[in-house]
Design a protein around this ligand. Structure first.
Ligand code: TPP
Ligand code: MG
Length: 351
């Protein structure tokens, strides 16, 4: 008997804003000038935060820090599409998402400075704490989406992870559950081409990461992750689809980690300068600036004002974070176990 094709799939790729700052008008979402300016201002603010954080770490004023340099469009573009009632499950590299959603920046500095109180999310924001164990936030997001569906809440859940995260069992279990129950969840993978020193090709033999969604019965799409308009559009469409009962979507943001993995890493030991230089030309911030310039939305004065305001806001956040009372050593185990272990009790007594 001849073989038949019983399944096939196609993976879409979305590009809107190119490296010269030109857009594909047919695909461009309808955004007001004020909205685009706000996007640009958040890109600058997030980059400023990032630069301050790196400097503070070098001065011994923060612990290890994971930079978002190069990934700002993936983070800010997607966050712009999120409504306040949606729920967000980030990994450890989503400072741009936190900042866009209005998370107090001084609390982020507090957290990276080693004080967990910085990650106790204010009540008016639906963001889960940064997730350091790779991929464990993905099934949490599927579970929250299950709850939303059960309660018939018109919300969606969005979760972020990296290319390395797609190799975790958590990813596959969450995708399977989301597909089976057609859950209102949007999975965003920031494929930044590296998982510490593991290159993308060693992570998976799949041609794209987006195609993995089809194995679980829902749509996967790849977008240019350095193109803020493409990321915004794909996320807005996916969130709407989820809220309309259309089930999950997987968005692979094809981007690049311009920085070291964290401040504890030295990427020159495993990747070439030529590779980094190729990606520098694709800088998401430069691209949006070129577009704004061509659209008459950018002037040198505007640039200077935005940079100065960002520096002021971030400096103020640092000042505030460093003015807070340090955490009390006695509170060290407060959120570990319901009852202290004998060893913990001894350590507290010895303080
Ligand atoms: C369960 C687990 N295993 C290993 C680590 C150490 N680790 C931290 S980040 C990372 C790589 C993550 O790569 P990717 O998912 O691509 O995210 P990216 O760092 O590129 O944003 C690893 C292995 C960890 N944090 N958690
Ligand atoms: Mg990665």
């Amino acid at each position: 008997m001849p073989e038949k094709i019983i399944g096939s799939f196609q993976v879409k790729r979305l590009d809107i804003l190119d490296e010269k700052g030109d857009v594909d008008n047919a695909l461009m979402p309808a955004l007001s000038e004020a909205y685009m300016r706000r996007m640009y201002e958040l890109l600058v603010l997030s980059r400023t935060f990032d630069q301050f954080a790196l400097n503070l770490q070098r001065e011994g004023r923060l612990g290890t820090y994971a930079s978002i340099l190069g990934q700002e469009a993936s983070q800010i573009g997607s966050a712009f599409a999120i409504e306040k009632t949606d729920w967000i499950f980030p990994s450890f590299r989503e400072m741009g998402v936190y900042i866009t959603m209005g998370y107090p920046m001084h609390m982020l500095f507090q957290y990276w400075g080693g004080d967990e109180r910085g990650i106790r999310c204010p009540d008016n924001l639906n963001i889960f704490p940064l997730c350091i164990p790779v991929g464990t936030q993905i099934p949490h997001a599927a579970g929250a989406a299950m709850a939303a569906k059960y309660r018939k809440d018109r919300i969606a859940v969005i979760t972020y992870f990296g290319d390395g995260g797609t190799s975790k069992g958590d990813f596959h279990e969450a995708f399977n559950m989301a597909g089976v129950f057609q859950l209102p969840v949007v999975f965003i993978c920031q494929n930044n081409q590296w998982a510490i020193s593991v290159p993308r090709k060693m992570q998976s033999a799949s041609e794209t990461l987006a195609q993995k969604a089809y194995a679980y019965g829902f749509e996967g799409i790849q977008v240019d992750g350095n193109d803020i308009f493409a990321v915004y559009k794909a996320t807005a469409d996916a969130l709407k689809k989820a809220k309309d009962g259309g089930g999950p979507t997987f968005i692979e943001c094809f981007t690049y980690r311009m920085s070291d993995h964290t401040t504890a890493d030295d990427a020159t030991r495993y990747r070439t300068t030529a590779e980094v230089e190729t990606w520098r030309l694709k800088d998401p911030l430069l691209r949006l600036k070129l577009f704004m310039e061509k659209s008459g939305l950018w002037t040198e004065k505007y640039q200077k004002d935005v940079e100065a305001e960002s520096r002021d806001a971030v400096s103020e956040a640092v000042r505030l974070a460093e003015s807070l009372e340090p955490p009390r050593p006695e509170d060290m185990f407060t959120y570990t176990y319901e009852r202290l272990t004998a060893r913990q009790r001894k350590q507290i007594e010895d303080l």
